[in-house]
Write a protein that binds this ligand. Structure first.
Ligand SMILES: [Zn+2]
Length: 459
């Protein structure tokens, strides 16, 4: 599905209604570094580039729109159970907040797409269950453990009663089994090079001779690889590792060491080694420092995002960061020729995004800054919400009863209502519609279903 958002768009606002306005299956990669429920209110230091940017990271049930809980209770029973396993109201509120948003992320992610959720030990155990119930346990790909700093753990200057906490977790889930993956290699360190490539040739190049030149006898008979070259043959019918033309080529280029009466050796050079594949423990990326720092609280390093974006997208793909903060994901995506969409609640973040991208990638970057809620274009030619066919269908489904007070009415006395209001991204799709009597419709207004039901219970 094509995206309905221009590439390089930064939205200011709550990411939930904005994501509701993004077409289904239109985003290739989502990285999110949401608030962690760490009981801290973050603010950037005055005087830094990000001054004025802040977000709260403490949660109470007052922060929760009852419509989110209502949606989860009625449509996602497993997710609902997971949320209610949370120990405190604060944890529960946080999970409801996150679940409502992760459901939208799941909808807008392409089938070949991936999502990376960055969190720390405060809530990671709950978030993994939430991710399992939204994306499916089978779609869990990895838990990346990122060591934020080596040697110096975050903590107070007072003597600590615990070991330092110096790692974050990044959960990788895919939308389906058909997800894109590019392998990522990193160079060896000096000491790893001297261990893996212990020999040095006359030009000072390090190499090893670990790669066999003959196939193992256990590999069976390979007549097309059995040949004689410079008087040498493999005594076993498994033959050479490479075809004769390739061996001659390698020999001419100096990759073969010939030894009297012994099998020749094949050289592998350190400077031609493609690097070691990256695993799930990342200790080689340090926190954002120096010029890269904007002063934004919880800023993540560019190298971290480079690695994630390279592993799970290609050039021209769409990367979304729904908590984009100081734009690290967007800067990294732009450098790697990906399209990007950023969302942040703080207007200061949007300013910082424009400033930082232009400083990094040129003043003439065409960046779209929006504060409105986009409209989906992938719902096809569906009728307007109050079209007669919607009304007739809903009347049948609700057996002629108002979905609020439950009273039976004739069809002409019921009104079509958006369950999730249009001004918070609710669509005209039949799934988002219900019939209410005029009294219930007036009480509910633009608020959630839960509000209506609680008001009816009081009266
Ligand atoms: Zn009613």
């Amino acid at each position: 599905m094509a995206t309905n958002i221009n590439p390089k768009t930064i939205f200011t606002g709550d990411n939930l209604p904005i994501m509701r306005g993004i077409n289904s299956k239109s985003v290739d990669l989502i990285y999110l570094d949401p608030p962690f429920n760490s009981n801290t209110n973050y603010a950037a230091p005055i005087g830094s580039k990000a001054a004025g940017a802040e977000f709260k990271d403490t949660w109470t049930l007052d922060d929760i729109d009852n419509a989110w809980l209502d949606l989860i209770e009625t449509k996602y029973p497993v997710l609902n159970r997971v949320i209610h396993a949370a120990m405190t109201n604060s944890d529960k509120s946080y999970l409801i907040y996150m679940a409502a948003r992760l459901l939208e992320m799941h909808r807008i992610l392409k089938d070949t797409g991936s999502i990376y959720l960055h969190c720390d030990a405060t809530m990671s155990h709950y978030l993994k269950l939430v991710m399992d119930s939204i994306f499916g346990k089978d779609m869990f790909r990895n838990e990346i453990v990122w060591q934020r700093s080596s040697g110096r753990a975050k903590g107070s200057q007072h003597k600590s009663k615990t070991l330092g906490r110096d790692t974050d977790s990044i959960f990788h889930y895919s939308k389906s089994n058909d997800f894109l993956h590019n392998s990522v290699n990193i160079p060896l360190t000096e000491s790893e090079i001297s261990l893996k490539f212990p020999k040095t040739d006359e030009n000072g190049r390090r190499y090893n001779t670990n790669t066999p030149i003959f196939c193992q006898p256990s590999m069976g008979s390979r007549p097309n690889l059995c040949y004689e070259y410079k008087g040498v043959v493999n005594p076993h019918p498994s033959g050479w590792r490479v075809k004769k033309e390739k061996l001659i080529e390698m020999d001419k280029a100096g990759y073969i060491i010939w030894r009297e009466g012994k099998r020749p050796l094949r050289k592998a050079y350190a400077d031609e080694y493609e690097g070691k594949p990256v695993g799930s423990l990342w200790t080689d990326i340090s926190i954002a420092a120096g010029k890269e720092r904007t002063g934004y609280p919880t800023q993540k390093p560019l190298a971290l995002l480079h690695r994630i974006i390279k592993a799970s997208s290609n050039e021209g793909y769409v990367v979304l960061d729904p908590f984009c903060g100081c734009a690290t994901t967007l800067v990294a995506a732009g450098r790697l020729q990906r399209d990007w969409i950023g969302i942040d609640i703080s207007a200061k973040a949007a300013e910082l995004v424009v400033e930082r991208i232009k400083a990094d990638q040129g003043l003439f970057q065409k960046i779209v800054a929006r504060t409105d809620i986009p409209k989906r274009t992938d719902l096809g030619d569906i009728p307007r919400y109050n079209a007669p066919e919607n009304k007739t269908r809903l009347y049948g489904e609700q057996s002629g009863n108002c979905n609020g007070c439950g009273t039976h009415f004739q069809q002409q006395h019921l009104e079509v209502d958006h369950i999730i209001a249009e001004n918070v991204g609710g669509t005209d799709h039949i799934e988002n519609l219900q019939l209410l009597c005029s009294n219930c419709n007036r009480i509910k207004g633009d608020r959630g279903q839960e509000y209506l039901l609680s008001r009816l219970n009081k009266d």
